[in-house]
Design a protein around this ligand. Structure first.
Ligand code: GLU
Length: 461
């Protein structure tokens, strides 16, 4: 199959409601929209669905935009807002009424989008005369869509699922505009997607139930219907929709923890796209060439922190050692840091810790842990313990670096005929209180002379 959409301009959009922070699930929807548009040389747009004025906020809008930019999922135009298009919605609504596809409903019904339709014969079929009179009298009304009344199927086509038939009469006369004139989400989306030339609506499968309604609006207006593509939801390990509760952390907090945006993007690409590269990290723009929305699997992917860490670690390894050293320098104990070899010891320690770090915060934590003594721990009280302290106390600050310390320990071990395992284990326990950790000479080099000697003494207490 040719992987580009033949003869069709591909424009996509991401349409979040700015009622919260961007999470992995939403960001992955944005990514797939971006990738499919870029794969086909089209435009990727951002629209804030802010009609729910009580829940939306400018701060969330800003943070979603910043997160997308940080991830490299860049919209091709300034973001639009539904609240800025009120006049246009009114126009389209008028057009629907003119085409007898919408009618004023005076019933004091619950106007929420999911609410049950009124009895169809109540307002849909009142005489034009009565309707006119009631409108003129200022009676409040909402506007409903005149849905099919027969059981004939409304069929829409989803690119990933094929034909999706829905019993016509089950759609119901849903609300297009509330009694205060504000458009519902169901309706505004259609007007927006049409006006902005959106050719492919790629969104979460939780919107599947909205699609027959939106398809009917398109048809009633004689507009070209976009391609519908509903991607499976990202689930947590208990197979629930990913949420804050299930540990889905916002993109903003990953950013704060010093994750690489490329690691996040590369990980998100693997959520339902089997073709996503797993052996390297990639920028969003670089993934577009190989992406095909038609390859997206319908199985719901599970958020897999381990896999995400795998990408995070790859990204950490690509950071220049120099910049890491500069960044973490302040976390090293300050005493005894003279001497030309100290820098190389610190760099060696960072290298040692790097394979287990997925983000910069991990590195910060790991360095902190290395220097955190876990006293008191019992250690062997052999005479050699005092002697090695004595030997180490004779090392001048200039010679206090790991290569030299390694030689001193080795020499000491040989002279005393000690088993390496015993010597190093006891030293580690004495100096850190931990059973395992980075090579002991490296630890001592980074810790510095004074700190090491002090730990010998503190542990003796
Ligand atoms: N505003 C909707 C949401 O945040 C998206 C609507 C759509 O993509 O059509 O879930």
């Amino acid at each position: 199959m040719e992987s580009k959409e033949e003869n069709r301009i591909v424009n996509t959009r991401f349409a979040p409601s700015p009622t919260g922070l961007l999470h992995i699930g939403g960001a992955r929807t944005a990514l797939f929209n971006y990738l499919w548009a870029k794969h086909n040389g089209g435009r990727f747009l951002l629209r804030f669905e802010d009609t729910d004025q009580e829940r939306t906020s400018a701060e969330f809008e800003e943070s979603i935009l910043n997160d997308l930019k940080w991830l490299g999922i860049l919209p091709d135009e300034d973001a639009t807002r539904q609240t800025e298009r009120t006049e246009r919605y009114r126009e389209v609504l008028e057009e629907l009424r003119r085409r007898n596809a919408a009618y004023a409903c005076f019933c004091p019904h619950d106007e929420s989008p999911g609410a049950k339709r009124p009895r169809a014969d109540k307002c849909r079929f009142i005489s034009p005369h009565e309707r006119e009179a009631r409108l003129l009298s200022g009676e409040p009304y909402c506007v409903r869509f005149a849905s099919p009344q027969s059981d004939d199927a409304v069929i829409f086509r989803d690119t990933l699922r094929g034909k999706m038939p829905v019993k016509g009469s089950s759609v119901g006369d849903f609300v297009l505009a509330r009694s205060d004139g504000s458009p519902t989400y169901l309706f505004a989306v259609v007007a927006d997607d049409h006006d902005f030339g959106i050719s492919h609506v790629i969104r979460g499968e939780e919107h599947l139930s909205n699609t027959p309604k939106q398809e009917l609006i398109y048809r009633a207006l004689g507009w070209e219907v976009p391609e519908w593509i509903h991607i499976p939801m990202v689930l947590d390990s208990e197979r629930h929709k990913l949420s804050k509760r299930s540990g889905a952390i916002s993109v903003a907090s990953y950013r704060e923890d010093g994750w690489s945006p490329e690691a996040l993007v590369s990980y998100m690409a693997t959520l339902s796209w089997a073709g996503a590269p797993v052996d390297r990290i990639s920028r969003a723009a670089a993934l577009a060439e190989g992406f095909d929305i038609r390859d997206v699997s319908l199985d719901s992917p599970m958020h897999d922190q381990e896999r995400m860490n795998h990408f995070g670690k790859m990204a950490m390894r690509e950071l220049p050692a120099e910049s890491l050293l500069r960044e973490y320098d302040k976390l090293f104990p300050r005493s005894d840091t003279r001497g030309g070899h100290i820098d190389s010891d610190r760099a060696a320690l960072i290298n040692e810790l790097l394979p287990s770090c997925s983000c910069k915060k991990d590195m910060e934590r790991s360095i902190g842990e290395v220097f955190l003594p876990k006293y008191p721990r019992e250690t062997a009280d052999e005479a050699w313990m005092r002697d090695i302290r004595m030997a180490l106390s004779l090392v001048t600050p200039e010679l206090w670096y790991s290569e030299n310390l390694k030689n001193i320990l080795r020499e000491f071990q040989r002279e005393r005929g000690l088993k390496g395992k015993i010597l190093y284990h006891c030293l580690r326990m004495r100096l850190t209180g931990a059973e395992h950790g980075v090579p002991i000479a490296l630890l001592m080099g980074c810790l510095g002379r004074e700190n090491v000697l002090e730990r010998f003494d503190t542990a003796d207490l």
